[in-house]
Design a protein around this ligand. Structure first.
Ligand code: GTP
Ligand code: MG
Length: 337
């Protein structure tokens, strides 16, 4: 747990040492950093037994604390909470464990989603519903999303809900998965695209809520065997960063798995690493433009802030959470120095 302190301290130190940004902007950025360091982030991860909740948590945040199920019994019977500094992850079973248990799970999820923080805001920043890509029957998943989660989310519900289809590699029983390159072949890609499209349409039709589901693979690990690398985990993280308020992003970023392998493989439709990085820089620099404005020379100052702060933030974060920031094509080197 040393990383987080180091990341924030490194950033503050480097920004402090910079001579070419206006004092006002510097003050604003340092204030942002202090605020960001203390931001609590609360995520709920849910989905049916065996969909890969624990595997996803472990892959994203480099934990071994979320026990991956190997037997037939669901490992997660109640909502478990994992605390990683200011980041709290709630891991809850979805529906499909039998009527009585389903009612109990639904009740706990509803309660959690109604919980408020001390300022009266919803406690849960983001709900990630994981769908098992290898099953055809999405009935209980739809029930969970449409009848439990969406009604409990309140306003701006589309912003706090993320749906992700896991186990992309075995969605067609392992066929058409290019395991050498860790990506789906054409047929599987089509199948997965169709799947997320139909989920999107179904939820829109039934609830009027617009979601943008993605597919990924958390990777696969058997006792004593090598970890199969995840696919689209960087996309999932990118969507998480988009969904949560800007000021909360650094707390999530500092907990990301530093193992670059985890973030490397994606559909490459966008440069997810770059977007993550830009979203972090944005969150640190928020309001600093106005600071520069006070200083007078607006044009040059703004460019300067984003140039040099970008570089500093990029390399400081990069050295700590190289996974997220640095993995795709040495992006750090390319853009920021
Ligand atoms: N092939 C493949 N297997 C996966 C993937 N993600 C998870 N698994 C496997 O699926 C099984 C269940 O994964 P878990 O992470 O324990 O699922 P869970 O949702 O936490 O399950 P419960 O806690 O029991 O509800 C394990 O054997 C995992 O190794 C994936 O992306 N691909
Ligand atoms: Mg689990």
């Amino acid at each position: 747990m040393n990383n987080e302190r180091k990341m924030f301290d490194d950033l503050a130190e480097e920004i402090n040492a910079m001579s070419d940004i206006p004092e006002e902007a510097k003050k604003k950025i340092l204030a942002n950093l202090i605020r960001a360091k203390n931001e609590p982030v609360n995520m709920l991860i849910t989905g049916p037994t065996g969909c890969g909740k624990s595997s996803t948590i472990n892959a994203m945040f480099n934990m071994e604390v979320a026990k991956v199920g190997v037997g037939v019994d669901p490992e997660t019977m109640k909502i478990q909470d994992y605390h990683l500094g200011n980041l709290t992850i709630y891991d809850s079973p979805g529906l499909g464990d039998g009527k009585e248990r389903d009612i109990a799970h639904a009740k706990k999820i509803t309660e959690l989603l109604h919980r408020r923080d001390s300022q009266g805001n919803a406690l849960i920043d983001l709900v990630l519903v994981i769908v098992d890509g290898s099953t055809r029957d999405l009935g209980t998943t739809y029930e969970l999303i449409e009848n439990v989660i969406i009604p409990a989310l309140g306003e701006e519900r589309h912003k706090r809900l993320l749906i992700a289809v896991n186990q992309a590699d075995v969605a067609m029983k392992g066929r058409y998965w290019d395991s050498k390159n860790c990506k789906p072949e054409e047929k599987l890609l089509e199948f997965l695209n169709q799947k997320v499209r139909s989920i999107k349409e179904r939820i829109l039709t039934n609830t009027g809520v617009e979601v943008d589901p993605i597919f990924y693979s958390a990777g696969y690990k058997e006792e004593g065997e090598q970890q199969l690398p995840p696919y689209n985990l960087s996309k999932l993280m990118c969507y998480i960063m988009r969904a949560i308020p800007a000021k909360k992003r650094l707390v999530v970023a500092e907990k990301c798995n530093p193992d670059e392998k985890m973030w490397k493989k994606s559909d490459e439709l966008e440069d997810y690493q770059q977007e993550i990085k830009e979203s972090l820089v944005e969150s640190v620099c928020e309001g600093a433009e106005r600071g520069a404005d006070i200083g007078g020379d607006i044009g040059g100052a703004i460019g300067g802030i984003f140039g040099s702060v970008g570089e500093t933030v990029g390399s400081a974060i990069g050295s700590v959470i190289g996974g997220v920031i640095g993995a795709v094509g040495g992006f750090l080197g390319g853009l920021f120095g």
